[in-house]
Design a protein around this ligand. Sequence first.
Ligand SMILES: NC(=O)c1ccc[n+]([C@@H]2O[C@H](COP(=O)([O-])OP(=O)(O)OC[C@H]3O[C@@H](n4cnc5c(N)ncnc54)[C@H](O)[C@@H]3O)[C@@H](O)[C@H]2O)c1
Length: 373
Amino acid sequence: MRQPEMHELTVALGERAYPIRIAPGLLERREAFAGVHFSTHVLLVTDGNVGALYAERVRRLLPGSHEPALLVLPAGEQHKTLATCARIFAALADMQAGRDALVVALGGGVVGDMAGFAAACWMRGVRYLQIPTTLLAMVDSSVGGKTAVDLPQGKNLVGAFHQPCAVAIDTRLLASLPARELSAGLAEVAKYGALGDARFFAWIEDHADALVGGDAVALADAVLQSCQHKAQIVVADETEQGERALLNFGHTFAHAIETEAGYGTVLHGEAVAIGMMLAARLSSEMGLAPLMDAARLAALLERLRLPVAIPPRIAARLDPSALLARMQLDKKNRGGRLRLILWRGVGHAFVASDIDSRHVLDLLTDAIADGQA
Ligand SMILES: NC(=O)c1ccc[n+]([C@@H]2O[C@H](COP(=O)([O-])OP(=O)(O)OC[C@H]3O[C@@H](n4cnc5c(N)ncnc54)[C@H](O)[C@@H]3O)[C@@H](O)[C@H]2O)c1
């Protein structure tokens, strides 16, 4: 039987260039890890859910002469902390891992961000390999080298830019992903269309039912197109001096909501959907974008089974001033001024500096009141 096609993209960062390989069943194929040196010290990091499903299988499939050590972390955003990261450092110390160690992240964005951060810090930087298992991680977090942990004060506040040595995406792993997590990943897929590619946005509209229904072909196509977008933006602006900031469309609102609601209460992708709607609404209120485009975004997100407003159970816990204060701690701000990613309509996001915080406060007040209504 013919093997399904494998797609290989390159994140062309000179000496740190790395491949993103995508195929259903990829992990069973030798090419999956081509060019990656499996040293004596390999630490496979995963979480409890993914570990129970895939850890032993992946451990057997990884090449190399030594069996990798396995570290299973608790699942969920509430565990993306320095304390959990310290467990990765302890595991590396226990196995006497040196500068040639390889950390393998098998999981969603939470595992990937933490394992990547630990790899960035261990002995001032060792290699890590991403094996993403959620749609969100396949289309976004496993590519681009942003690694971080959350603090009680805010999301991803402690982190580093540290690129993986390869990304191996086996889209078959999506078969076990709960529907709500699949939708959360689709929020980041929709984001690429919304921020910079009206054609891709229309493609997602055309395939929304297939995507949300878990159609393997549509999902693999969405992963490929999203990775192409992400790789291109990362190569143009690795450390987010300009264009890469656009990937944060909706994220300043999202991070504030996630932190204030309590990590893990709203999924990251769900918060991004709500955040994109708030950014689109603010853009329309400021006369920057047609209201029709916000309605088009809402219609798509709803078809992807994502929230487009703050859900009542969350709204009841939120205070607009507290949310604004969280937004003011965002990494995009400069000189204490609020910077947000807004848009001029589908496919046209831009960095808006010097936003009047009173305007944002009014928007948040309305959004919370709407959620409670
Ligand atoms: N580094 C970046 O550039 C970047 C980009 C976007 C998001 N992120 C981060 O990613 C995180 C969110 O990632 P996420 O949505 O993948 O969440 P997650 O890692 O918490 O995974 C979601 C849930 O799905 C389970 N799971 C994972 N794969 C599974 C599978 N194949 N089958 C069954 N269950 C599975 C996990 O155990 C977990 O319970 C956030 O912390 C966010 O800040 C980082």
